[in-house]
Design a binder for this molecule. Sequence first.
Ligand code: IDP
Ligand code: MG
Length: 132
Amino acid sequence: MERTFVMIKPDAVARGLAGRIISRFEDAGLTIERMDMVSLTREQAGRNYAEHEGKPFYDGLIDYVTSGPVVKMVISGEGAVTICRKLIGATDPAEAAPGTIRGDLGLVLDANLAHGSDSAESAERETGIFFG
Ligand code: IDP
Ligand code: MG
């Protein structure tokens, strides 16, 4: 049993897709352990995306993830980290496979709908940032 951190980003919440995205994780057999709708502070967003600081898209990314409410979740299940990343799909929705959240519901990299931790270590770190 593994736990991961997943966030439905502001574009998806604004488009009314949160319920459908949550269902995809539940349909896969995963368990939503914790869930809350919040607006991120720039400080939280910066901590979550620290690895990207200094990259050309960094400021835009922080603007994007703080532009409106998000749904933050802790999701558990066998292989939850990898399964959630698979369900979310490739970073750029234009490249993401059909059947994935980004492939089915998105078009552009600037608004790619969801975040999922990329490893068990990231999951622990990110859960700490967002759930204390
Ligand atoms: P991931 O979300 O699939 O793990 P990362 O490479 O860790 O992808 O990038 C984090 C987030 O930064 C992406 O989900 C996306 O929102 C944004 N991002 C990444 N690369 C670019 C880019 O080239 N232009 C604009 N935004 C980007
Ligand atoms: Mg990442």
